[in-house]
Design a protein around this ligand. Structure first.
Ligand code: FES
Length: 73
């Protein structure tokens, strides 16, 4: 668990239960082909299930495919 510092870190990544990674930027995302995405301001959802037709972003396919995440012990 991160130590409370009283200030919000510049980037926050939240793992959504059985869903995407929720990223609050600003952040530069580079995909496997070298494509770059400048994520600023609002929240962005990154696919974790592998079924999105709009990778690297989530398009809701995790719901349709019944994606469930396993928890590391
Ligand atoms: S996590 Fe939403 S489509 Fe993959």
């Amino acid at each position: 668990m991160a130590e409370e510092t009283g200030t919000e870190p510049p980037v926050v990544i939240k793992v959504v239960n059985n869903g995407p990674y929720q990223v609050k930027g600003p952040v530069r995302l580079v995909d496997h082909d070298g494509g770059e995405y400048e994520l600023t301001g609002r929240t962005h959802l990154l696919c974790r299930c592998g079924h999105s037709a709009n990778k690297p972003f989530c398009d809701g396919a995790h719901v349709r495919t019944g994606f469930t995440a396993t928890r590391a012990e």
